[in-house]
Write a protein that binds this ligand. Sequence first.
Ligand code: DP6
Length: 385
Amino acid sequence: MSGDIISAKAPVNIAVIKYWGKRDEKLLIPLNDSVSASFDMNVMCAKTSVCARPDFVEDKFWLNGVEQSFNNPRLINCLLKIKNIAAEQQSVEKDFLKWKVHICSENNFPTAAGLASSAAGYACLTTALAQLYKINTDLSVVARLGSGSASRSIYGGFVRWYSGTKPDGSDSVSKQVVDAQYWSEMRVLILVVSETQKHISSLDGMKITAETSELIKHRVAVSVPSRVEKMCAAIKQKDFATFAELTMKDSNEFHAVCLSAYPPCIYLTETSYRIIEIIHFYNKMCGSPKVAYTFDAGPNACLYLLEDEVPRVLSLINYFFPSSNKDFVKGLPCPTLENVDFLKNSEKDPIGNDLLKYVIYTKLGDGPIILNDGDHLLNECGEPM
Ligand code: DP6
């Protein structure tokens, strides 16, 4: 019915093979394929409500309770793309397309954590708008117009985003590799580091890197294509050791490429490097990779590991990064920690107090869903609650 409020929820994703660099800046078409996992929406998600009415005087957008300017080319591109498809598919009345929209969006995780929220946000917005305008299309292409990585949040489990070859980006789509239940033992620990430093946005970082780095050419032409194939095979075979090695190598290469930009894009901090060291120390001690780290365009680490490793790895983190935060582990219930005598005997000292703000413990999850009535962020008048 016209005037209805539609609400959706969408997951956060963190790449194990990173997207870095665009071949089309307006259409957000990437230089290389990437692979990520979407996380459990019960722990972290974006939620969005949308509504179109004949009496709305202008398009309006609220994010985390604060009204934002609608004059945002990415937001406008997503909305226009959906309206164009709706017009083509004649999925709604012509008048409906002229009505203004109200969009209200929220993340259930602190934006201050510096975690990529735009991927979940645009996947959520796209899902809600597609339902509002009743269109039937590959939503990974539409979400991509909001933020490249949002293309992957359209699916749950492990997802591959193809760079494609067409100039219009119509083949730059995401596809699920396996669903969230396939490798159900997979777990994720996000280590939110304490220092807040201003860093270059992904948008600017990619641009500088694509324009000035010699190394990115090798990454795009040689390393990533073969690594993506190996990664998808490792996921399908649930081969953790290979998965972990490829994840860490890709993160390291991505940051080396960023450092090779001129001026360099520096995202890792002293704490990030200490985390890398500890994970290699632990994996070596175990005799094979049991934990993989990966870092986006910021200092926070995302650790991928299997469920039975979680108590030991959390104990390890607790030992090296003692915290005064009583609520240090958020998300899934924190398992009982194990004793760390094995570390005390290794002559490795704790690194420092309160270098981590907190840890988010989560697992893989499904793709976006439409929410039931009664779960809206807009009231009956189409205004934020
Ligand atoms: C390092 O998707 O945020 O997280 O397309 O400009 O919105 P835009 O960039 P964005 O970049 C994400 C970069 C990354 C790697 C990744 O998620 O693959």
